[in-house]
Design a protein around this ligand. Sequence first.
Ligand SMILES: [Zn+2]
Length: 112
Amino acid sequence: MTTTPKCPGCSSEYTYEDGDNYVCPECAHEWPMLAATSAEADSIVRDAFGNELKDGDSVTVIKDLKIKGSSLVVKVGTKVRNIRIVSGDHDIDCKIDGIGAMQLKSGFVKKA
Ligand SMILES: [Zn+2]
């Protein structure tokens, strides 16, 4: 079931869908559905420069990253292929040559 959002004009809950728009029967306000689906926008992961990252993207590390519990360091400029977006503090799941599977923060990478 889909629930319609409240009317941005009068906060009525009795809105309905009409084609690509939502319509409020109380104040006759109409607005596009795309703008209302902000839940999707919240889950977008961006790199340090604001580029959107998606599953399968390649990124470059922009900062030396020490790996907790080891002496390994992921050097600046390391290329990481085929990332996977996950939720959490470290929002990128990936495998790095010579290091193995690990998680990165999207703020420390740049889309390649
Ligand atoms: Zn309204």
